[in-house]
Design a protein. Structure first.
Length: 724
């Protein structure tokens, strides 16, 4: 095998651009497993170790032996872009097929047909795209030289809500021709995840190997009915990272600390947040204070994301304020710091994100600023993604009853699920074999499906355990890095000597007075837009609602305003408490009423409202009445009254998709005789419509339509809170 090592080393040196480069412990052993033994390997190594070097070097060696192209399953567009660039440096011809480069697909397929591609990068979702799956994938599988599953922890239960399509890779691996090697790589996995990954991809995990363990084909054993796998696991310690946890009393203090000390942090970096609203609010605050930062979330336009990544890599911004959308695979070797405003929900997720820093530098700073709201956010995200047995059976039943394919929008009119959780549930059911994606939508397979309650209970319990571990990480007096390593089942864990528990506070704890004032003013900002509904949902006739197409301009609401989003850093906190399940209905406190007045003062409407009408409320009548009375008094606006319930009032609960939410409020309100008489003198004039919480916006849409049909001019919706 001497020739393999020499050839592999030459490729490695070309890849990294250094004539003295050599393999890290375990790198060549993984390459040898794939190239010489054509076996399956599971590589669990810290970020920056060089997992991509393994599959690029192995690809070129296999190609020289006449093998076909490598299929690299990669989860994120940012990661794909970095991988294509890295491949080019090594002389590897890499191309990708993803949602952002549809205009290039024809050329990519031509290159594949001409055998001009060494590595094809695809997302796990692309593997189930009907055209790709049925037309391109079979030919690729017939001549594939190597299958690589990057960020393979997404296969495990930990990644259930991130990429259910990863779970279908077991079927893809089963289709691989005999002798085709398979490589799964990850930097973030404890023993539970490692075992689960091995099971999901049809491997048989046969033991974990440390930095000084045995590697290669002789290190594992065969298991009846399963494929052999070599598991290569190294130490996860990151000697370049200086870790710390800084507890501050509230959001204002955390933002004030950032304003005081962001400029002092080394180089450029990433500031992670738990929600989109926090990322956007924090970026706005820092920008207004003169800092070169950008928000980066799942809602950021693709082109803007690419531009922001480039600015960070070239150090033209101090930081990206990011959600987990900027996580796996983003490669800036000299990233100087990673901060967290709010803690991720597991040591696995935290290690994944802090691993962006200090990959090619002697030192990088990692600081966690936890928030009191973290656990509530963890709970929301952990429960929102779990498939419900009732919803799953409803989806299957709707597809069976349809007798043919249904698009996702068509399904929304038959099952009360919002678009994102519906798409997630369809993917889960697809992986489980109950439904199948075809051209034109989804259809039932007719196969029996049983809700795997045991599996989901196991996932919930595992997540709770990982959340407890993150709380322990914040409070531990032991070494931070050692704690993380042990949480990830790394038996080489030892004290780092650099973190705040090892050497004391290395970060400043003071907050400048002017920064505290600026943060307070920013958090006290009021007013967010309530968008206008201009189109009725499709398929409403199936729910007995006679509404379709565009909403006539003469029946639409005007753009509205809310005091704040429930997820906002400032007024979002008090509003979350007010609208929490079980919270008592009370009048709005004076400060909140004053803030509502400020929203109206800053509205900038075309014509000032002439009067006020309020929505009826089952949960918050005192709250709405206090806001209505206050705005009427301060604004000197006549209070005409409240809409009445009709047909028993709205049905259902908060949440659900547009079709069902509209159905639940359609013809459920009425303009009573007294309100009609009070409204008559204001015919054609603007009306301020007050509600407590704007969620789907169908309530104010239907109410505005009703008021305009009764002679009102523009209807201006105002709500205390906007759900998202």
């Amino acid at each position: 095998m001497t020739d393999t090592r020499a050839s592999a080393l030459a490729i490695l040196r070309t890849l990294v651009g250094r004539d003295d480069a050599d393999f890290h412990t375990g790198q060549y052993e993984a390459i040898e497993t794939l190239v010489d033994y054509r076996r399956r390997a599971l590589v669990v190594q810290r970020t920056g170790w060089g997992k991509s070097a393994v599959y690029f070097v192995a690809t070129l060696l296999l190609r020289r032996q006449g093998a076909g192209p490598t299929i690299l399953v990669s989860p994120l567009l940012a990661l794909m872009r970095d991988q294509v660039a890295a491949a080019a440096r090594a002389g590897v011809r890499a191309v990708s097929i993803n949602s952002a480069n549809a205009h290039e697909w024809a050329d990519v397929l031509r290159q594949l047909d001409a055998d001009e591609v060494d590595v094809l990068l695809v997302s796990p979702e692309r593997l189930n795209n009907p055209s790709f799956r049925d037309e391109q994938l079979p030919a690729l599988i017939a001549r594939v030289g190597l299958l690589v599953v990057d960020e393979a922890h997404c296969i495990s239960d930990w990644g259930h809500d991130f990429r259910p399509d990863y779970r279908r890779l077991r079927d893809l691996i089963a289709q691989m021709p005999a002798g085709v090697p398979v490589l799964a790589t990850t930097a973030t996995a404890n023993s539970r995840v490692v075992q689960d990954v091995a099971e999901q991809v049809g491997m048989v995990a046969t033991g974990l190997h440390g930095a000084t363990g045995h590697y290669g084909a002789g290190a594992d054993e065969a298991d009846a009915g399963g494929a052999q796998v070599v598991t290569i696991r190294g130490p996860l310690a990151r000697s370049s990272l200086r870790m710390g946890v800084l507890r501050l009393p509230d959001s204002r203090a955390r933002l004030a600390w950032l304003l005081s000390h962001l400029a002092e942090l080394p180089g450029s970096g990433i500031i992670y947040t738990l929600t989109v609203a926090t990322a956007e609010d924090t970026a706005r605050l820092l920008q207004e204070a003169g800092h070169a930062v950008r928000a980066y979330t799942g809602q950021t336009d693709t082109a803007e994301r690419e531009e922001s990544e480039g600015l960070l890599k070239s150090n033209q911004v101090k930081a990206l304020i990011a959600t987990s959308a900027l996580g796996m695979g983003f490669d800036k070797p000299d990233l100087g710091f990673v901060l967290h405003l709010g803690a991720p929900s597991s040591p696995v997720a935290y290690y994944q994100q802090v691993g962006r820093a200090g990959r090619a530098t002697a030192s990088a700073d990692v600081l966690l600023l936890p928030g009191a709201e973290d656990e509530a956010i963890w709970h929301y995200f952990s429960t929102a993604s779990m498939p419900s047995q009732t919803k799953a059976l409803a989806v299957i039943g709707a597809l069976e009853a349809a007798g043919g394919p249904l698009s996702t929008p068509a399904l929304e009119a038959r099952v009360d699920l919002k678009r994102t959780p519906l798409e997630l549930l369809l993917k889960v059911l697809d992986v489980d074999g109950a439904v199948h994606r075809v051209k034109g939508g989804w259809q039932s397979t007719g196969q029996p499906w049983v809700y795997d309650a045991e599996r989901y209970d196991r996932i919930k319990e595992a997540r709770l355990g990982e959340q407890r571990a993150m709380l322990e990480f914040q409070s531990t007096t032991d070494c931070r890095m050692e704690f993380l390593q042990r949480a990830l089942d790394d038996d080489t864990a030892e004290a780092c000597g650099r973190c705040d528990n090892c050497q004391g506070f290395w970060y400043p704890v003071d907050v400048a007075e002017d920064a505290a004032t600026t943060a307070a003013q920013s958090l006290d900002r009021v007013g967010v837009a309530i968008g206008v509904r201009a189109q009725w949902p499709t398929g409403m006739s199936s729910l007995g609602v006679a509404a379709s197409g565009k909403i006539p301009l003469t029946e639409r609401a005007e753009p509205g305003r809310a005091l704040a989003r429930l997820t906002d850093l400032g007024w979002g906190g008090p509003l979350r408490e007010m609208f929490a399940i079980g919270a008592a209905d009370t009048a709005a406190p004076p400060a909140m009423l004053a803030a509502c007045v400020r929203v109206l003062a800053e509205w900038g409407w075309t014509e000032r409202p002439a009067a006020i009408i309020s929505m009826p409320s089952r949960r918050h009548p005192l709250l709405i009445d206090s806001v209505t009375q206050s705005l009427s008094s301060v604004g000197r606006l006549p209070l005409l009254g409240t809409l009445d319930w009709s047909n028993g009032g709205p049905t259902g609960e908060p949440g659900g998709n547009s079709a069902y939410r509209l159905s639940s409020v359609w013809e459920r309100f009425a303009v009573g005789p007294e309100l009609a008489a009070a409204l008559a003198p204001f015919a054609g004039r603007p009306i301020l419509l007050i509600d407590d919480l704007a969620d789907s916006r169908w309530t104010v849409t239907v109410a505005s339509r009703l008021l305009r049909q009764h002679g009102a001019g523009a209807v201006l919706p105002f709500a205390l809170a906007l759900r998202s």
